[in-house]
Design a binder for this molecule. Structure first.
Ligand code: SF4
Length: 292
């Protein structure tokens, strides 16, 4: 392992200890993506007082469940899994159908809200700091991120200890330490989410092309992918030459997903009551669109 990567590892460990030292209740929101597996491994090895949680939306691919089990068997630290509120899921499905998220962007966001956002709010409740696996070079909008800053949306401190890691750093660490990872990464799934909303990509495709692929590309545009001289985004070029495309660290640890291609995990804090109101609002909007 290079000296540069060793330095990054040491810096990351220092940030984790700093967070645990300076805050009373620190949580790590693991998406089980490649970056978050690195952080899981570091937390398990160095034992800062940080609890780890993940969200089970109820629609995850088999490989993600396999990874959850592998993590539980491999590491001595507990992985707490949060599930959606069953009443909210039932309400959503009753209104929109079991696969209603395919019908409109609003329906999709509503589903993400019920299955991801509301459980995240519960998971963060009581914490005064959280850890994410975001990296600076994942998106141009992350260039101004800081390793530690106050997350006003969620009302707690946010640490991004992998901010200066590259994609190659992440995978070098995973290989070197035999860290478990989602086997879908070996099948060109760079960005992992729920099974019905994620497909593999082909060389040259944008790294985000596999997420909510049925949505209009214009509606999904978020301005994150700067075009290179060849017309391909830098990320797409990377995918074309690497067998393993890694993870874009899906949503529990991201807050840079503007426009439609976001799951809504990092929107303003919303109560359970408000989330129910949100479902009703989405249903009303959908009816208006249909009748228009
Ligand atoms: S990714 Fe798809 S299935 Fe998962 S919560 Fe969002 S809309 Fe629902």
């Amino acid at each position: 392992m290079s000296d540069e990567l060793n330095s990054k590892i040491e810096a990351t460990i220092a940030v984790l200890h700093q967070a645990a030292r300076e805050f009373t209740q620190v949580v790590f929101a693991s998406s089980l993506g490649a970056e978050d597996m690195v952080l899981t491994d570091l937390i398990a090895r160095h034992r800062p007082d940080i609890s780890v949680f993940s969200l089970d939306t109820g629609r995850l691919p088999k490989e993600t469940y396999d990874l959850i089990q592998e993590v539980e068997q491999r590491y001595a630290i507990p992985l707490q899994v949060y599930f959606p509120d069953s009443a909210l899921v039932e309400e959503y499905v009753a209104q929109h159908g079991i696969n209603g998220f395919y019908d409109s962007v609003e329906n999709r966001k509503g589903c993400c809200y019920v299955r991801k956002v509301e459980p995240l709010r519960r998971a963060l409740k009581g914490a005064d700091a959280w850890i994410t696996g975001m990296r600076r070079d994942q998106a141009v909008t992350r260039g101004t991120l800081e390793v530690s800053s106050f997350d006003a949306d969620n009302g707690l401190q946010k640490f991004n200890p992998l901010l200066d890691w590259s994609h190659n750093d992440v995978w070098a660490y995973i290989r070197q330490h035999d860290v478990p990872y989602n086997k879908l990464h070996d099948q060109f799934y760079p960005s992992l989410g729920c099974a019905p909303c994620t497909r593999s990509i082909t060389p040259g495709e944008d790294i985000r092309a596999g997420r909510w692929w049925w949505e209009n590309p214009e509606s999904k545009e978020c301005g994150l992918h700067v075009q290179s001289a060849t017309g391909q985004s830098p990320v797409a070029l990377r995918v074309s030459v690497e067998g393993n495309v890694g993870s874009e660290a899906h949503d529990v640890s991201r807050n840079q997903n503007p426009a439609n291609k976001e799951c809504g995990l990092h929107v303003r804090s919303t109560s359970l009551k408000a989330s129910r109101e949100r479902i009703i609002e989405i249903a009303a909007n959908t009816k208006q669109e249909v009748s228009a």
